[in-house]
Design a protein around this ligand. Structure first.
Ligand SMILES: CC(C)(COP(=O)(O)OP(=O)(O)OC[C@H]1O[C@@H](n2cnc3c(N)ncnc32)[C@H](O)[C@@H]1OP(=O)(O)O)[C@@H](O)C(=O)NCCC(=O)NCCS
Length: 153
């Protein structure tokens, strides 16, 4: 596996992130959403390969308020998926949020998103609620959201 760093997102990273976002998500965030400036409760990070040529291959957006953290967005460049990078990035996220004072991490995921659900479950996230018909789908139908939580010791 290549050398890597997980570092706070810089404004200059948004172009690379936006390109990944368009290919990774069914309903991607806009470049404007991704450019959201850093805020005291926000923890947005990129995963960067440091072996030449250096490039961003993933990112996460989170916020943490009063010990409760929320995962807002996470993706790995489709060209790098299935190689263990999501596992590494989620580990980095958990460490970051623990240092930020989080007691728990919450997230929402589409019921049909098998890779993400498997990744979260492998990291110890538990399903605490199912929000019925929450997400719209490409075919105009709706699907449930799984609300998952991980308690941090
Ligand atoms: C979810 C995502 C971040 C996983 O990243 P990844 O780099 O492909 O994941 P990894 O290679 O590190 O795999 C880690 C674990 O995730 C699960 N996983 C990954 N890809 C999977 C797949 N295609 N099918 C089932 N499980 C999968 C497995 O549990 C895997 O562990 P294993 O290899 O020991 O079986 C990535 O698929 C992605 O960016 N998806 C698009 C964006 C997205 O859906 N984000 C989440 C929104 S809630």
């Amino acid at each position: 596996m290549s050398d890597y760093q997980i570092t706070p997102l810089d404004h200059d990273d948004v172009v690379a992130i936006a390109a990944i976002e368009q290919r990774a998500h069914l309903f991607p965030w806009s470049a404007a959403q991704l450019a959201v400036s850093s805020h005291q409760f926000d923890h947005h990070y990129v995963l960067r390969l440091t072996t030449a040529p250096s490039c961003i291959i993933g990112y996460f957006y989170t916020r943490c308020i009063a010990g409760e953290a929320e995962l807002l967005n996470i993706a790995i460049d489709p060209d790098y998926q299935g190689q263990g990078w999501g596992w590494i990035l989620l580990n980095g996220m958990i460490t970051t949020l623990r240092h930020a004072g989080a007691d728990s991490i919450w997230l929402e995921v589409r019921e049909s998103n098998m890779p993400a659900k498997a990744l979260y479950q492998k990291h110890g996230f538990q399903v605490v609620h199912r929000r019925q018909q929450y997400y719209r789908c490409a075919d105009g139908c709706r699907e449930d959201a799984w609300i998952m939580e991980k308690r941090l010791p």
